[in-house]
Ligand binder design. Structure first.
Ligand SMILES: [Zn+2]
Length: 289
């Protein structure tokens, strides 16, 4: 007897179970979480989940009426996504930010309403005038700074800038380290401001390239230059996504001599001299980084 009908039956059962589970979760989760508000959606920013901070950790206000919102302050959490969101719910924290992003996929949770004043900048005036955004990870470890998180965070900052009339410039979109009197160094030297500000300004395309190398594989490096460590390889003929393009060391390859390097994944770069992109150097609407 053929095993096919049995397999098909099992597959159908698995699918039905998965669907039922998903539907149950979708229906039950908001109700179960209702008392605290956890598990519900942000009313300020559609993509965000809402997990309210302890009322001990922020100041109630009615911005932008009570205080103009003129800046976005970028932070590195020095901790995990869930750890950060949970910490803001602990009355002992005496700290909060409006939003926190997850490294792996760019998911975002809001902890403090935008109308209220989060305690993140270490400077009261800056707190009153800003939205604070945390990013999962650690200042001294670039691995946390994924393309997914950069892009999701920049989409929020762009949305905030549009809603509050904040100029999309580095004078108004600043690091915690740039707040007057700051004792913190985040987001630190690994944070790529060029990439972030390009995304904030709406240059959000992802390019595509085909690897061409005389060898069987092309080295992937951790930064835009031949002196960066090799962190992997891509085979000849492979198609890669290009998240942003940077200036680095000059390389000569099948497509000429160039100092353009393509970021093909989180902290993964290959020289443009080995990629057929259909463009000579920079690709339109793909951000610089
Ligand atoms: Zn900070």
């Amino acid at each position: 007897m053929s095993v096919r009908p049995i397999l098909r039956g099992r597959l159908l059962l698995a699918l039905t179970t998965a669907l039922t589970t998903a539907l149950t979760v979708a229906v039950v989760a908001p109700a179960a979480a209702d008392p605290s508000g956890i598990g519900t959606l942000s009313t300020d920013y559609g993509p965000a989940a809402w997990a309210p901070a302890s009322t001990s950790n922020y100041t109630v206000a009615s911005r932008p009426g009570s205080h103009q919102v003129t800046r976005v302050v970028i932070h590195t959490a020095q901790g995990s996504y869930s750890g950060t969101v949970n910490w803001f719910q602990n009355p002992a924290a005496q700290a909060s930010a409006h939003y926190t992003f997850r490294s792996s996929d760019g998911a975002v949770t809001q902890s403090v309403r935008e109308k209220d004043i989060a305690w993140h900048a270490g400077n009261w005036t800056y707190n009153t005038q800003s939205i604070g955004i945390e990013h999962e990870g650690y200042v001294d470890n670039a691995a946390w700074l994924t393309d997914a998180m950069y892009r999701a965070s920049a989409a929020l900052t762009r949305n905030l800038a549009n809603r509050y009339g904040i100029p999309k410039t580095r004078a108004h979109i600043i690091g915690h380290n740039e707040v007057p009197g700051a004792t913190h160094t985040d987001p630190g030297p690994n944070w790529n401001w060029t990439y972030y500000m390009q995304l904030v300004n709406g240059i959000t395309g992802v390019g595509s390239g085909t690897v061409s190398t005389s060898a069987s594989t092309l080295n992937v490096r951790s930064g835009p230059g031949a002196s960066y460590p090799v962190v992997g390889s891509v085979p000849d003929g492979a198609t890669v996504a290009i998240y942003c393009q940077a200036v680095g060391s000059t390389v000569t390859g099948p497509y000429g001599t160039t100092s353009v390097w393509n970021r093909i994944g989180t902290n993964r770069y290959v020289s443009d001299a080995y990629l057929l992109t259909g463009h000579d150097g920079y690709i339109p609407n793909v951000p610089r980084c």
